[in-house]
Design a protein around this ligand. Structure first.
Ligand code: DX5
Ligand code: ZN
Length: 220
């Protein structure tokens, strides 16, 4: 199946004091989605930003808002994230919330639902949920921090997820997040990922538009 490719820029690497300008820069660079990482300091050993910031980002951004919840009990908050403007909400299979109920809650709030897995979680453990998901997020680093290196062992998981999605006749997107640059993008895309999150690499580029285009067109 020929999937559309998307580039999602991680706000975690943006200059927080100039967020409005950073959003304008992402949009001008042809970025498809804005990736908004929410960390609660319990599910992961870091704390970022949440609902009020998302609400402001929504006002400034005209592109898809892709919210990645790294929080302990996502079902308690998904409706409010949707109300604050999230178009896609990813939550973790390793969180405490019931997966089926959380997916239902996200969809009934009008957003797309995605299930995320940490590097050590077997991909087979989420196969049963594939038919109700819009996207699977295969973490390619341990969630918690930007700027880490891509974990090669995750490649096999992406490959397996794409094979199972195809076997079921679905068109579920596969997102990869963590350590994505022009080289790792080629690897991830060659095994079936079609939504690439990039933070540090995109924001460090001299020309964000050129870098985003490299990710979108990456091919082995
Ligand atoms: C890590 C976050 C990522 C992070 C990616 O827990 O989920 O979205 O911002 O950043 P880079 O591309 O720098 O690895
Ligand atoms: Zn993320």
């Amino acid at each position: 199946m020929d999937m559309k490719n998307y580039v999602s820029a991680s706000v975690l690497s943006a200059d927080m004091l100039n967020l409005g300008e950073e959003i304008a820069k992402m949009e001008k660079s042809g970025i498809d989605m804005l990736h908004f990482d929410v960390m609660d300091g319990v599910f992961v050993p870091n704390i970022t930003y949440g609902l009020p910031v998302l609400e402001q980002v929504r006002k400034a951004a005209d592109i898809i808002l892709d919210v990645h919840l790294m929080i302990t009990d996502p079902i308690r908050y998904v409706r409010r994230f949707a109300q604050c403007g999230a178009d896609i909400i990813s939550f973790h299979a390793e969180s405490q919330s019931n997966i089926t109920d959380t997916v239902r809650e996200i969809k009934s709030a009008g957003a797309k639902a995605a299930l995320a897995v940490k590097p050590a979680t077997p991909i087979e453990s989420i196969y049963e949920y594939l038919p109700c998901l819009d996207m699977v997020l295969v973490m390619t680093v341990e969630p918690g921090f930007g700027g880490q290196g891509f974990i090669p062992d995750t490649v096999e998981k992406i490959k397996k997820a794409r094979a199972e999605i195809n076997r079921l006749g679905l068109d579920t997107d596969i997102q990869v997040d963590g350590g994505i640059n022009d080289e790792t993008a080629k690897i991830a895309k060659s095994v079936g990922a079609n939504v690439l999150v990039s933070g540090s690499w995109l924001f460090k580029a001299d020309d964000m538009r050129e870098a985003a285009e490299k990710l979108r067109k990456a091919e082995e």
